[in-house]
Design a protein around this ligand. Structure first.
Ligand code: CUA
Length: 353
């Protein structure tokens, strides 16, 4: 153990923080810096949608406001550091003289004047952006009706008969009205790259809008804790040219595709005659359950279980057999499907697109 001799007194330099050597202090400072930076770096994972990568006018305003606040914070931080350095200099150098009245002037300007300018600026910009975000689409804009359920999103379009789930389409460059309701508890509709979040409150109809500047698929997420599967309550917004959006509307209004193979026909029979139809609907068939998502286009959806697992044959089979192992707590009970029937059911559901 390193010990330092001070006359007749021997001092343990590892236990007294004031006696640590300079390299050791540097190492400890570096370790503390890394530990403090680690939580911030966990937010750097790739693939997650970022509100700082806006693809629409709504999120563009939010991103601009964020950067304004960020750079203002940086400027204030730098100012405080300069003042701190100056104060330390004055303490150490008695020859540096502070003129009479200088501290008062400094406190007036840096402590009151500059903060006032910053606060008024941020308030004015915030009010301008709030007004812009509250600017409703025109009366001719499409209206998409979204209902939050534990834990999936029901999607309908005003004036169109059909329904889908966990996916909605918007025409690029056009504002689309989104009317929000909840069927149970509080949820929150958030598409980070397109629009800030809007809460879905029981008994209320809330409205927001979406506007995408460029075509693409944008992930949305429930942003209010709503139970055990809150994290698996994702959805997709597909922004596409107007012609493709109109084609989506036409598909939504049309009956589901008719089975083309024997396996698909057997699958449809099992679906309509079995327990599936008690909870799910498929347009154009006798299946018209309203508890779970409408499955008329389930074969084309981006995921199963609102973002729980990819939409492929294996995951679909696992979901039908026992979705509780995939998304515990969801309302679909395990199904006692004959192993020979399962491939037919999968073939039928995958043909619905
Ligand atoms: Cu719905 Cu969280």
């Amino acid at each position: 153990m390193p010990r330092k001799s001070l006359g007749s007194v021997s001092v343990d330099t590892t236990s007294d923080p004031t006696m640590r050597s300079r390299p050791e202090r540097r190492r400890r400072l570096l370790a503390a810096t890394v530990l403090c930076a680690a939580p911030a770096l966990t937010g750097c994972s790739s693939g997650a949608p970022s509100a700082l990568d806006p693809a629409g006018s709504g999120s563009g305003r939010v991103a601009n406001l964020w950067w304004l606040l960020f750079w203002l914070s940086m400027a204030v931080f730098a100012e405080v550091m300069v003042v701190l350095a100056w104060a330390l200099l004055v303490r150490r150098r008695p020859d540096v003289r502070v003129r009479h009245g200088q501290p008062l002037r400094f406190v007036t300007v840096a402590g009151a004047g500059i903060p006032l300018v910053i606060l008024v600026t941020v308030y004015a910009v915030g009010l301008r952006d709030l007004a812009a975000l509250g600017d409703e689409p025109g009366p001719r804009a499409p209206t998409i009706e979204v209902t939050g359920h534990k834990w999936w999103w029901e999607v309908r379009v005003q004036g169109v008969e059909g329904a889908t789930a966990n996916e909605l389409h918007v025409p690029v460059g056009e504002k689309v009205r989104v009317r929000l309701r909840t069927a149970d508890v509080l949820h929150s509709f958030w598409v980070p790259q397109l629009m800030p979040k809007t809460d879905l409150i029981a008994g209320e109809v809330r409205e927001t809008w979406l506007h995408a500047d460029r075509a693409g698929s944008y992930r949305g997420q429930c942003a209010e804790y709503c139970g055990t599967q809150h994290a698996h309550m994702a959805f997709l917004v597909v922004a596409e040219p107007r012609a493709q959006f109109d084609a989506w509307l036409a598909r939504l209004a049309a009956p589901a595709p008719v089975p083309r193979t024997d396996a698909q026909r057997r699958g449809q029979e099992a679906f309509v005659r079995g327990s599936c139809a008690g909870c799910h609907a498929v347009r154009g068939t006798d299946a018209n359950g309203g508890i779970g998502p409408d499955l008329s286009d389930v074969g084309s959806r981006w995921s199963i279980g609102a973002g729980a697992v990819p939409n492929d044959g294996g995951h679909l089979g696992g979901w039908i057999a026992n979705s509780q192992t995939v998304k515990p707590g969801n309302y679909m009970p395990p199904q006692s499907v004959d192993a020979g029937r399962l491939p037919d059911l999968i073939a039928y559901l995958q043909s619905l697109k």
